[in-house]
Ligand binder design. Structure first.
Ligand SMILES: NC(=O)c1ccc[n+]([C@@H]2O[C@H](COP(=O)([O-])OP(=O)(O)OC[C@H]3O[C@@H](n4cnc5c(N)ncnc54)[C@H](OP(=O)(O)O)[C@@H]3O)[C@@H](O)[C@H]2O)c1
Ligand SMILES: [Zn+2]
Ligand SMILES: [Zn+2]
Length: 442
């Protein structure tokens, strides 16, 4: 019996040594860590644990060998049975329990589920590993809502994580993050980095920085808002005002930012045309109406008349009747027109609606050329102004404006899984979303 106890103790000691070797030399190597999906932090912790165990094992092995080989054999056996064996058992169980729990946490922390586009346009669920340690001003965000923008449709055939209207909760911070804390609600949009020192950056126009990181451009293709988590620079994350829910804030991160930028500088006495009553368009109606402008909604058919008026439009024009629109009411001439259709419109019909010295803002992403009547630009002094989402200052003002003026995007929610995202994207493509799809984690 006594020998059996001593033998068991020795076995446990060997097991300890084995765990120690595993911890010290396997898990802590980059290859071992990858195989076991361990973070560097965890590997460091186990190294310390292993060093302690090593010390303990050394004493245990030396004591046992000495006891078994010497006349104090009896004492060694008693000692083993009464204290070393139970302690060793406890240590082993505790060690394994701790490691198992820790491993589980680390595994889920180390991988993010993401949803990507693919060659045939089918949405694919995948995983992305997160770095063991966040560096600089990197922030790990747990996604709680994501808008689905018309621009996502342009990337559904690309092997990249989709989504750029993200909202979530800060889960971890790099060492240089100053203005965010764990638990903060933040959002991000189309742009996630810029150089910070070029003239555009210095002029608060970093969206036109030569070294910018934008969605589908040179931003990471492994990060996106159709995901459980994403990592971005804190400098490009925006705190979400209390008054906005996650789901409401999501469509503002790209759609809201884009139309708010195109509305910069309007006067309450201006008449603003919004062409296309979709994701961007309905937000533009909401913003322009709250800015005190007279709003004219221009839509492909009569179908959205009531809803456009309910959103705050003062007048609705079905584009097929656009030729009659300007004849019956001259005061409706547009000082500014935001074109938010998913394809370029027939420009001829629009020109007579424009006021002298007005501006047209084509916002639709279109690969074709801009072909519009030329002489009206001269005769009426009409300007054409392209624009891309928002720089950060405008983005933040937009969020504040939305919060204080109770701007509530009209959304349809879908579960953030393959089926839900596919349905949202397909319906967006068919023009059946009312008015912005928002994905929420399942
Ligand atoms: N410039 C930027 O920074 C920026 C930012 C975000 C998005 N975008 C672009 O803006 C466009 C709109 O995005 P979104 O998210 O608002 O899309 P959306 O929700 O699909 O809205 C587009 C609207 O365009 C109209 N439309 C649909 N099919 C059309 C067609 N074949 N020809 C003309 N009009 C059509 C529909 O409005 P009606 O039924 O009222 O006619 C539809 O609701 C996309 O091209 C997107 O890539 C640009
Ligand atoms: Zn720059
Ligand atoms: Zn967008």
């Amino acid at each position: 019996m006594a020998n059996l106890a001593a033998f068991a103790t020795a076995l446990l000691a060997i097991l300890h040594i084995y765990i120690m070797v595993l911890e010290m030399f396997l898990w802590t190597t980059p290859r071992g860590r990858r195989a076991f999906r361990l973070s560097q932090e965890f590997a460091q912790q186990t190294k310390v644990l292993a060093a302690n165990q090593g010390l303990y094992n050394g004493f245990l092995a030396a004591g046992l060998t000495w006891g078994l080989l010497h006349p104090v054999h009896e004492f060694a056996v008693k000692f083993s049975c009464s204290s070393v064996l139970p302690l060793s058992l406890l240590a082993c169980t505790g060690c394994w329990a701790g490691i198992t729990i820790h491993l589980d946490t680390i595994k889920t922390m180390d991988m993010a589920s993401v949803f990507k586009g693919s060659g045939d346009g089918k949405l694919v669920q995948s995983t992305t590993s997160k770095p063991d340690k966040l560096t600089g001003d990197q922030v790990l965000v747990k996604v709680t809502a994501s808008g689905v923008c018309g621009t996502d449709l342009h990337y559904r055939n690309n092997d990249m994580v989709l989504g750029h209207e993200g909202v979530g909760i800060v889960e971890a911070l790099g060492p240089n993050v100053k203005h965010l804390n764990k638990g903060d609600r933040v959002g991000w949009g189309y742009q996630t980095d810029s150089c910070g020192h070029c003239l555009e950056c210095l002029d608060s126009a970093e969206i036109y920085c030569k070294e910018r990181s934008i969605y589908g451009g040179n931003a990471s293709l492994d990060q996106g808002s159709f995901a459980t988590h994403a990592i971005w620079r804190a400098a490009f994350l925006h705190q979400i005002p209390e008054a906005l829910s996650d789901e409401q804030a999501a469509p503002l991160q790209c759609g809201g930012a884009t139309v708010y930028t195109a509305l910069q500088g309007v006067k309450p006495t201006d008449t603003i045309g919004i062409m296309g009553v979709g994701g961007l368009g309905h937000l533009a109606i909401l913003f322009a109406a709250k800015m005190g402008c007279r709003v004219v909604a221009l839509s492909g058919s009569d179908r959205k008349r009531d809803e456009a008026m309910a959103l705050g439009a003062h007048r609705f024009v079905a584009v097929k009747h656009v030729a009659d629109a300007q004849i019956d009411d001259d005061t409706c001439l547009l000082n500014r027109l935001l074109v938010t259709t998913s394809a370029q419109p027939e420009w001829e019909g629009i020109m007579p609606l424009m006021a002298p010295r007005s501006r047209i803002y084509p916002l639709s992403a279109s690969s074709g050329n801009l072909e519009m009547p030329y002489m009206p630009l001269l005769l009426k002094g009409i300007g054409v102004q392209g624009g891309l989402v928002a720089s950060r200052g405008v983005h933040r003002q937009m969020l504040q404006f939305a919060a204080s003026h109770d701007i509530k995007p009209v959304i349809e929610t879908f579960p953030m899984d393959e089926k839900g995202i596919t349905e949202a994207i397909d319906r967006l493509e068919r023009g059946q979303i009312h008015f912005r799809a928002v994905l929420v984690p399942v």
